[in-house]
Every structure is written in structure tokens, then in C-alpha cells.
Design a protein around this ligand. Structure first.
Ligand code: AOF
Ligand code: ZN
Length: 389
């Protein structure tokens, strides 16, 4: 490590960022937060927000200190909280009581109950505060929290798989196994960290997925969601036959066929009828932003969509997704297969999974875009982030 104080601040904040990722799937809808405590250039304690309702990163880091934190510097990816009436006591008074000399903050907490007040109280207590170290990265880390709590929508990750010759399915959407076991394991692990997994009508009809997270110890059991204007859904679909695997919500529009609505309800799924809009082809459609709003109001912070090419193109062109995970398998499908959607977003990571490839791209036009960095999920999937789950 260099001796330049500004470079040291950056290096310690990077460490706090990596720690924060360990909470992914366990803390939402709270933010991922990491904290390290350093004195005389030595790490004396570290921690992260480990689970929703549990102690905050700063408290875990202070508790982990094997010597006094008096005169030390705390590096926190998010402004320490100062508000009450919530699950845990505010962190600021504990940081002050610990006798810290300096607190380095990645980004301000956009929660209006904090929003600069945490930093103000630390300064008022005589603690030196430096703000904005690796700010874009720290804001990117909490993008799902900000999306759900401030933008009224989940953070949306799309996922699809492409054959070696650029197809996503056989002729007319016939399902074909494209990726290997390692890639599928990565998908199931991602499902198990998300609050909801969604598909469109065509994917339900063609692939008949169960949308469960088949992975060891998934931190979440995601809601299973179908976006369907037509409601032409087969009643014997796996999704409806497995109620024990999680709730099913079907989003459609207000003028959907009443008989179809009743049939799907009788299969145990919840139907949400959103306002109708003209689809420009003589029919009706709901707007995806209304569906996102409803999901966020149910506490969905991270939504994973496994779209067919039509839905993927639509979400990309309407700027209604934040990230994409694109897998490429090693075998061709052939000329009559369905071509993969185009995604020209910049790449934030690429990794190899037993010969298959995973590329992550982030949508730079999204309101939830702050830095061209691999997502927490990508770091976990590519083995670059140690975690317990
Ligand atoms: C921090 N450090 O590690 C986190 C913070 O209900 P609670 O007590 O868990 O508080 C949640 C709020 O605290 C959350 O909305 C956000 O404003 C802040 N999160 N703050 O100092 C942390 N997770
Ligand atoms: Zn706190």
C-alpha cells in the first residue's frame, strides 16, 4: 500500500466495499454496507451489515475490534445512521462514544431521515469527517436500496443464455439446453438472492419453468412473477402446480379477459390488474413501470427477469432494466433458432464457468447507474468475493 493518505483512504474504502457484498441477499431492502476500522495504518476491526434487522456494519466492525478504537479511523461505505424508531439504535452515538478520531464516508444515505445529518452530528462531536471516497462505487453498491426506497421500483437484472451460434431457443421458441451445469448453478444462486423472478407469457408457454432457486441454502425464496397481457397461460404450467415453492403473481391489464382471470386465480395465483394502455396494435397492455411500482411496494428490492428475446428487447429499448447477465454456451442451435437480443450496454465483468461464459453489462442510461463496476452478484458468481452463503 502507498503512504499517500488519499490513496490509503481509497484502499481501505475498497476493502469496506468488498466486505459489504457479503450481505447480498440477506439485508434487503436495507442497503449493503461495509466498515473497516484502522489505526496507525493497521486494520483493527471490520464488519458488514449481515442481515435485515441485525446490527449495522459500523457496530459489527467496532465489536470485532481486538483493541480500543480510540483515535482510530472508521471507513464506512454509507453515511452512518442517526435516526431512531427503527430496528436498531443509531450508529452515530456509538461511533462518537468509541472515541474515533476520523470517519471516512463513501456516500451520503439518501434516506431523508439521515441524508447528511449523520455526518453533521459526527462533525459536531469533533470527529474529522471525509466524504465521497469512491462515491460512485459506493452509490452503485446501494443502487437496489435506492431504487426500492426512493425510485419506487426494484433494481432489475435480466438474464438470458445464448448458443455458440447466437440463438436463445430452437425454431418457434422450442427450448434447448444451452448452458452447462456451472452456469445453471450460477443462475440458481442468483435467483436465491433476489426477491422476485419474472418471466413473460412466451417463456411460461415454451419453457414451463418452476422459477425456484435450486441452490444450497438460498438466502431468499423469491416471489414468482409472470408478466402477461394475453393471459394465455397453460393451466397445467409447473408454476401453478408447485404452490409450496413460493407465491405466484401474474400482472396483466384492467381489461383482461374475466374468465381467464378467474381461471388463473383458481390455480392459486394472485392476479394484479394494472391500468390498461393501447398497445398500438388494436389491443391493450399494462405498463411495466406500474408492475415495477407494485413489486417495490411489496418490498421487492431486486427483481430478476428471465425474458425471452421479445421481452428483453422491449425492456432494453424502454430503459426498464439495470443490468444483464448474458451466458454463452459452447454448442450451436442451428439456423432456424431464435436470434438473441442485442445488448450494447458496457461490460462490467466477464468470467468463465467450466467453458461457458458469463458477461455482465450495466445500463448506463438507468437512474440506478453510478459506476462501471461489477455488481455484487457478479463478484459472488465469479468467485471474487468471499462470502458465507
Ligand atoms: C448504517 N449502517 O449498516 C446500514 C444503515 O432498521 P435499521 O435499524 O436496520 O435501519 C435501517 C436504516 O439505516 C436504512 O433505511 C438506512 O437508512 C440505514 N442503513 N446505516 O449506518 C448500516 N444498513
Ligand atoms: Zn446505522
Amino acid at each position: 500500500m502507498s503512504n499517500d493518505p488519499a490513496a490509503l483512504d481509497v484502499a481501505w474504502m475498497k476493502h469496506a466495499l468488498i466486505l459489504a457484498v457479503r450481505g447480498r441477499g440477506l439485508v434487503e431492502p436495507n442497503p449493503l454496507v461495509g466498515c473497516v476500522i484502522v489505526r496507525d495504518g493497521r486494520l483493527i476491526g471490520q464488519g458488514y451489515h449481515e442481515r435485515f434487522g441485525g446490527p449495522h456494519a459500523e457496530i459489527n466492525a467496532l465489536t470485532a475490534c481486538h483493541e480500543t478504537a480510540e483515535g482510530a479511523t472508521a471507513y464506512v461505505t454509507l453515511e452512518p445512521c442517526c435516526h431512531t424508531g427503527k430496528k436498531t439504535p443509531p450508529c452515530v452515538p456509538t461511533l462518537i462514544a468509541a472515541g474515533l478520531a476520523r470517519v471516512v464516508v463513501g456516500c451520503i444515505d439518501p434516506n431523508p431521515a439521515v441524508s447528511g445529518e449523520g455526518v453533521r452530528q459526527l462533525r459536531a462531536a469533533g470527529i474529522e469527517v471525509r466524504e465521497g471516497v469512491l462515491e460512485p462505487q459506493c452509490r452503485q453498491l446501494i443502487a437496489p436500496y435506492v431504487a426500492q426506497s426512493r425510485l419506487g421500483r426494484p433494481y432489475v437484472t435480466l438474464k438470458w443464455a445464448i448458443s455458440s451460434d447466437g440463438k436463445v431457443a430452437g425454431s418457434n421458441g422450442r427450448p434447448v439446453t444451452i448452458t452447462n451445469r456451472a452456469a445453471m448453478a450460477a443462475v440458481h444462486a442468483l435467483r436465491g438472492r433476489c426477491d422476485a423472478i419474472a418471466i413473460g407469457t412466451n417463456t411460461l408457454v415454451n419453457d414451463n419453468p418452476s422459477l425456484t432457486a435450486r441452490t444450497p441454502d438460498p438466502p431468499r425464496r423469491p416471489l414468482r412473477v409472470v408478466f402477461s397481457n394475453s393471459l394465455s397461460l397453460p393451466p397445467d404450467a409447473r408454476l401453478f402446480a408447485t404452490p409450496e415453492a413460493g407465491r405466484v403473481i401474474v400482472y396483466t391489464h384492467a381489461h383482461a379477459n374475466t374468465q381467464a382471470v378467474r381461471e388463473i386465480q383458481s390455480l392459486g395465483a394472485e392476479i394484479v390488474q394494472l391500468p390498461s394502455h393501447d398497445n398500438g396494435r388494436g389491443g391493450m397492455r399494462f405498463s411495466m413501470s406500474d408492475a415495477y411500482y407494485d413489486l417495490a411496494s411489496r418490498g421487492v428490492t431486486h427483481l430478476m427477469i428471465e425474458p425471452g428475446p421479445k421481452l428483453a428487447r422491449e425492456l432494453i429499448s424502454r430503459n426498464q432494466a439495470d443490468a444483464a447477465w448474458i451466458f454463452t454456451g459452447q454448442n450451436p442451435i442451428g439456423g432456424d433458432g431464435l436470434p438473441a437480443p442485442e445488448c450494447s450496454w458496457p461490460e462490467t465483468g466477464a468470467s468463465e464457468l467450466d467453458g461457458d461464459r458469463l458477461v455482465e453489462r450495466l445500463n448506463p442510461a438507468s437512474e440506478a447507474f453510478h459506476a462501471l463496476e461489477p455488481s455484487p452478484d457478479f463478484l459472488i458468481a465469479s468467485g471474487n468475493c468471499p462470502r458465507q452463503h
